[in-house]
Each structure stands twice: as C-alpha cells, then as structure tokens.
Design a protein around this ligand. Structure first.
Ligand SMILES: Cc1cc2nc3c(=O)[nH]c(=O)nc-3n(C[C@H](O)[C@H](O)[C@H](O)COP(=O)(O)OP(=O)(O)OC[C@H]3O[C@@H](n4cnc5c(N)ncnc54)[C@H](O)[C@@H]3O)c2cc1C
Length: 411
C-alpha cells in the first residue's frame, strides 16, 4: 500500500454567495448567524450535524451557566440573555422530573438585589425543546441553514478566504463568502486556512445521558474527573485530543462503554425497577480541543482588565467574583483578514479556556463575531482589521450587550 495518493484537481460548482458564512451551528454559531442576519446581511450557517446547539443540545450539556458575576451584577446581556431566556421559555414549572429549572425569580425585573448576590442567573434546560427553539430562531432570522454539511477546506486569495469548500448529499461544492466565522469549536477553519492554532489532548471520557426510571427522567452527568486548567495534571485519564479522527472515535466508544457500565450498575442497585437509557449524547463531548493562537491571547492574568477593543464580558462559572473583558483581537484571524472565531475556539490560553468555553461566553463571542462580520461587510470591505471598533462597540451596546468598564472592576 502506498503512503499517499494524488487527488486530481477538479472544478467545483459555486452554489451560493454570502456576506457571512458561519461554520458550525453550536451556541456560538447560532449567536453569530442570528446577530449577523439581524444586521441585514446575507448569512449561511452550516453544520455537519442535523441540529443546531452543538454540545448544548446534542451533547446534553443542559446547564446555561451564569450570566452574572456571582456578586449580584449581571455581566452578559444581548443575545446572551435572550438565548438564556429562550432555553426555558416553554417551561411551566420548576423542578420537573429531569430537573429543568427556570430563571431564578430574583433575576426577574425588579428582583431583590441582595438575593442576586447568592443566587446566580442561570437555568437548567430541556435539550430537545431548546434544539427546536434555536432552529426556529435561526430560520426565522432569515439565515440560510445547511444541515448535514461538512466544511472541508478553504480557497484563499490575497490574504483572505474567498470560498469555503463543503460536502453534503449534493456532493462537493464551494460557497463564496465575504467573511467567515469559525464556530466549529475545534478551529477547523483556522487550521485549514493557515492560522496558527494550539491543540490540547487533555479531554477525559465524558458523555451525559438520560435514563427513564419509574416515570422519572434523570440526567447523568457522566464524566471522568478532568483538570480545569486544560492540562492532564490533576485529571483522571484516559486522555484524548479533539483533532485526531481515531481519538475522537475512541473517545465516543469508550465513553459509551462507561455508560453501559453505569447503566448496569443502576439496574443492579434497583433490580425491581425498569431503567431505560434515553437520549445519549450524539456528538463527541470534548471540552477543549483546538483553538486559534491569535493576535492576542486572553489569560487568567487579564481578570478585571478592561480592553479598549472589548466586545463583551463574562463572569467565571466556577466561582463568584472574576469578570473578564473579551478583546476583539482574540477573535480575529491573523493570516486571513476576513476571518473571525467564536465560541470555544477563540484565542484564550489554558489558564482561562475553561471559562471562555462555557455556553455564556460562547454566545458573547458569537454575537460579537456575527455583528462585526456584518459591519465589516458594510463598512470596511470585509476587513476585520480595518473595522472601526467604536462603531462595533456602539452597535453591540444597541443590541443590549453589556460593555461597561465599571462592570469589569472587582466589587
Ligand atoms: C461534557 C461537557 C460538559 C459541559 N458542561 C457545561 C455546562 O454545564 N454549562 C456550560 O455552559 N457549558 C458546559 N460545557 C461547555 C459548553 O457546552 C461548550 O463548550 C459550548 O457549548 C461550545 O459551544 P460552541 O458553539 O463553541 O461549540 P460546539 O457546541 O462544539 O459546536 C460546534 C458545532 O460545529 C459543528 N462542526 C464542527 N466541525 C465542523 C465541520 N468541519 N463542518 C461542519 N460543522 C462542524 C459541530 O457539529 C457543532 O454543532 C460542557 C462541555 C462538555 C463537553
């Protein structure tokens, strides 16, 4: 067997042309696509799966982590708050059998500011209902949605991405694009378009699943302990990377085996009950895989630091107190003038990746990327580096994004 074969060059049909193409329809991609569409440009959102939400829906990651700082201050607004509200919009009551939990009452308008210091602004949602709600939002926003469509590679011209090459049931084709947002979670577009990236191989076995027991739906947050700093230190192996096909498959297979063991254990513990497996995660549950190593890399040392090019804020889901501003530079491609990242693959190092990968900051960077892409198309010839940051920040504020230096300072 020879080590390689030559793939002959061929002409591909260009099946569409868009102002903004968002690759990946997880929480970051949904936020990016909706934000761009609301800013009146043409948008295509593509995902290799057949649903939007990514890990949040297909991975059963059902905790909308806090959009406050844990000291009583809300630090995320805009789509971050809108999508949090949407996550539980169809819940009639709290504490349903599966522990779906609505927004704490103190966070409703006029809620008690003292109580907000002890109760964080978060929800526990139903992933199936959320998947449907997000999809409707995307479609109703006027976004062209392409499911079951895998991004394969790019065509570059003069320091920018001119086309994305994708494949689906129609075959292999190209999409012409003015701007691109890499919301793959794994920085696939960055990696294949000449950007510098960094990979981690510290992911542990993990895949949340539900069971039905005695008429009650129960979520099992099934995971080996991991090291929050993203290195293997302190974690419990085996460990996996997210940019290697064999490792991804091994991760899924071994996680499912672990779930079978867990299920057998439950059945042994409750022999008289009929315990059924329901809704296992159907996407690889990898936390930190590959990210952009961009022009500026956010780190823990930037806690409570304001950036002149801040595009949004986030608290720290792990503890009350810390607030981070996210700079536009940590979203921007270096090799490609028309490329932005959003979600868990923005340029943030291991000291803070565990914060920026959570759903709320993923939506913050998604909304910023979508808005920036739309403005760049209209104002700066699709060049993200030439985009006027004041115009972007003003537009984000108009959308309800919280961009106040006072919120970044410690209480
Ligand atoms: C086990 C686990 C538990 C977690 N717990 C929580 C929690 O409780 N609360 C919380 O807030 N966060 C939690 N997180 C983190 C959070 O869920 C994710 O980091 C976040 O949802 C990531 O969003 P994203 O849009 O950046 O990426 P993803 O959700 O990974 O979405 C990326 C999307 O891109 C698509 N895609 C990837 N490559 C391609 C390609 N080549 N072509 C086409 N499409 C592609 C994928 O199909 C996917 O839909 C958890 C994560 C894990 C793994």
């Amino acid at each position: 067997m020879s080590a390689s074969i030559h793939e002959p060059a061929r002409n591909l049909p260009v099946s569409g042309s868009f102002d903004v193409v968002v690759v990946g329809g997880g929480m970051a991609g949904v936020a990016a696509a909706v934000a761009a569409a609301r800013n009146s440009v043409s948008v295509c959102l593509l995902d290799k799966q057949s649903a939007v939400g990514g890990l949040a829906t297909l991975g059963n990651v059902t905790i909308w982590l806090p959009i406050c700082d844990g000291r009583g201050r809300q630090v995320i607004g805009g789509l971050g708050e809108e999508l949090l509200k949407l996550s539980v919009a169809d819940l009639k009551c709290n504490n349903m059998p599966a522990r779906f939990v609505k927004i704490p009452t103190c966070w409703y308008a006029g809620g008690d500011p003292e109580e907000r210091k002890n109760v964080r602004y978060r929800t526990d949602f139903n992933p199936s209902a959320y998947m449907y709600a997000l999809e409707k939002l995307v479609v109703n926003s006027g976004v062209k949605l392409l499911y079951d469509t895998r991004f394969c590679t790019v065509r570059r011209e003069a320091g920018r991405i001119s086309h994305l090459i994708v494949e689906n049931k129609s075959g292999r084709f190209a999409l012409a694009c003015s701007t691109v947002i890499d919301a793959t979670g794994d920085a696939d577009v960055c990696f294949l378009s000449g950007e510098k990236t960094e990979s981690l191989d510290s992911n542990v076995l993990c895949g949340w699943f539900y069971t039905l027991r005695g008429g009650k739906l129960e979520l099992h947050k099934h995971s080996n302990p991991y090291c929050p700093c993203g290195t293997q230190e302190g974690g419990t192996g085996p460990f996996f990377g997210g940019d290697d096909g064999d490792q991804v498959t091994d991760h899924i297979l071994q996680t499912r085996e672990l779930a079978r063991v867990k299920l057998a254990g439950l059945r042994a513990r409750y022999p008289d009950e009929d315990i059924q497996l329901l809704m296992p995660a159907v996407i690889a549950c990898l936390r930190m895989t590959r990210r952009l190593a961009g022009e500026y890399t956010l780190g823990e040392k930037h806690m409570h630091q304001w950036f002149d090019d801040a595009i949004g804020l986030t608290g720290d889901w792990r503890k009350p107190g810390p607030v981070y501003a996210i700079p536009m530079r940590s979203l921007r491609g270096v090799a490609n003038t028309n490329l932005l990242t959003a979600g868990r693959c923005i340029s943030a190092d291991t000291s803070v990746w565990d914060v920026t990968r959570a759903i709320p900051p993923c939506v913050v960077s998604g909304e910023a990327a979508g808005t920036a892409a739309a403005l760049a198309v209209r104002n700066s010839d699709a060049d993200m580096h030439a985009l006027d940051i004041d115009i972007l920040q003003q537009q984000l504020k108009n959308q309800g994004v919280l961009l106040d230096p006072a919120l970044v300072r410690p209480v």
